[in-house]
Write a protein that binds this ligand. Sequence first.
Ligand code: URA
Ligand code: CA
Length: 434
Amino acid sequence: MRMYDIIMKKRDGYALSTEEINYFIENYTNGLIPDYQVSALLMAIYLNKMDKRETLDLTKAIINSGDTFDLSKINGIKVDKHSTGGVGDTTTLILGPMVAACGVPFVKMSGRGLGHTGGTLDKLESIKGFRVELDNEEFEEIANTINISICSQTGNITPADKKLYALRDVTATVDNISLITASIMSKKLAIESDGIILDVKVGSGAFMKNIDDAVRLAKEMVDIGNLYGRKTVALVTNMDEPLGKAVGNALEIKEAIDTLKGKGPEDLYELTLVLGSKLLYLAEKVDNEIDGRNMLIEAVNSGKAFEKFKELVRYQGGDVSYIENPELLPKAKYVLEVKSNVEGYVKAINAEEVGKCALALGAGRETKESIIDMAAGIVLNKKVDDKVEIGETLAYVHGNDLNKAEEVKNRLLNIFVIGEKNQEAKKLIYDEIN
Ligand code: URA
Ligand code: CA
């Protein structure tokens, strides 16, 4: 087999065979095929697309390029949750304890944030002492003791994806449905959970900017998950404005605590309930999603979900007093108020721009090596469709660098679009794919 012939075949619009896909992934991972040939193939795939069988083969080949993670030593039916990435997406921190409090194991290997989107591991590390680096035995033991554990990925999982993703990033071949599906699903399927729930984000803060594309991506991912033999469902949800109110590491931990106590932002709580009820149903804990929803609400109202979060923090080495008293969490030196100079209704709050503001304050990573300012971030006081008076606070800027905080304050004033009331009320969930 020759890479040249594989490139030519895809260039001319034909489907690649299973053997051809395996050949190129295996030899690219080993370093035997150079980047320039794979770049050409990626562009051919981008332009001529892959069918479902090819996408499944590509996903499998990427999984086989490295190790898989066996969860069989953890008791119960394990359902993994994955969000395609957004701004202020605090759901994992709320969903995990809620589901675990209902008796369903929630075990997750999470990632760190890069660019304008945050990562669950970084947020957890704003709690003093919290350890995200666990070895496999520790991860299994904690999960079996308290039903929940969240750690960083260990081992050599999907090395082909790391190389391919870096190459796609610099060759304008990221936004292709098959390539995205194989990239995301290979990483999810390499962790051997019993089910997968996907939260596909769409809007200004997501990499899918329109609903049709997001639904197409969600359907493809659900198909590939199910064809691989894993129960997979997806939601397509709004990322036009940030989720909840807080964007930033310690600020989102505080938001998670509030929500677990039943005092969080409505959209964040609602999305967690919808994801959670699907998760309890997938894990066969309830016969239908309505029972699941009620069980989750009960876990919050009884205080069990909040207790579960404290247990997670304690078992992973964190200082629980930070959770009991969030005032102890890292705090910014300056908190500036962004005040409206017009009256009307909030029409839009571009989530990507808010994410970039948080990044400028130090809440995120410009590069993999950047050090995060745990205290920095933004808290929205108004959300889309809210009424605003002149002089009312739109948002709070939390920063340790006064110049940067002032600059972000001015940027935010332009990010809030205020005017006539929107014709249609905003939607949180656009579609469900079961
Ligand atoms: N996230 C991924 O992990 N892969 C993609 O291709 C796109 C987003
Ligand atoms: Ca949030």
